[in-house]
Design a protein around this ligand. Structure first.
Ligand SMILES: [Zn+2]
Length: 226
């Protein structure tokens, strides 16, 4: 599940990772923010995400947590998307862990919006968020359970690509305790090409495969309306 070489180095040094797992993570997708691929030129521009439309607060110890997203902010992001095709959730300040966590929480709230075209656009933004961070996806599972199965499918797809089967049982990713999710993950693994690395499969998905997790409720992709 860990995309960074720093994490991998840590595990290698304490002998928790066998050769098979090392080989797996060598070919798995890596976080663009902290991995070896670098942040520039991802190859599937233009990005859907743009800079955040407001300044989210970082929770402070002992304080009442600030709201993830107010209704006003949610509407502002939605209207901005309607006029520009961009989803303003990319946080460019603060520690990496804060940016990853807070944006994931915001995207989860946005996916609850009633407009299915907007949900498809948020799926694209979630995929870009995953591309940046490749971890901490568990905040999206409760939303996926209560909405379209497309988001759950995307979560299973990404989980299958970044997780060695030896780690499927780790409870940090609770959905693997659910047989339906586990089956989804295993079905993806069975269907993956043996000719490509998992990193290539992820990159191809980011370049032109994101429609597989869209609903296309109006019969066509929201991107065709741009
Ligand atoms: Zn589409």
């Amino acid at each position: 599940m860990f995309g960074s070489s720093a994490f991998e180095g840590m595990f290698e040094s304490c002998d928790l990772v066998d050769d098979d797992e090392t080989a797996f993570y060598d070919q798995a997708p890596r976080s663009r923010c902290i991995g070896v691929d670098g942040k520039d030129n991802p190859g599937y521009l233009p990005m859907i995400r743009s800079d955040v439309r407001f300044r989210p607060e970082e929770p402070r110890v002992g304080k009442v947590p600030p709201p993830v997203l107010t209704e006003t902010q949610k509407n502002e992001i939605y209207k901005h998307w309607q006029s520009s095709g961009k989803i303003g959730t990319a946080i460019s300040f603060g520690a990496l862990s804060f940016r990853a966590r807070r944006e994931c929480e915001i995207l989860a709230r946005l996916y609850e919006h009633a407009d299915p075209d907007f949900q498809d656009a948020v799926i694209d933004a979630i995929a870009e968020w995953m591309d940046d961070y490749q971890h901490d996806t568990e905040r999206l599972y409760p939303v996926a359970k209560n909405s379209s199965s497309k988001l759950m499918q995307l979560l299973a797809f990404q989980y299958a690509l970044v997780t060695h089967p030896n780690l499927y049982g780790f409870r940090v990713h609770g959905p693997m305790d659910e047989p339906e999710f586990e089956k989804m993950v295993k079905d993806f693994v069975d269907g993956f090409s043996k000719e490509e690395t998992y990193r290539d499969i992820w990159t191809n998905f980011m370049q032109d495969g994101r429609c597989q997790f869209h609903q296309h409720r109006a019969g066509k992709c929201w991107r065709t309306k741009l």
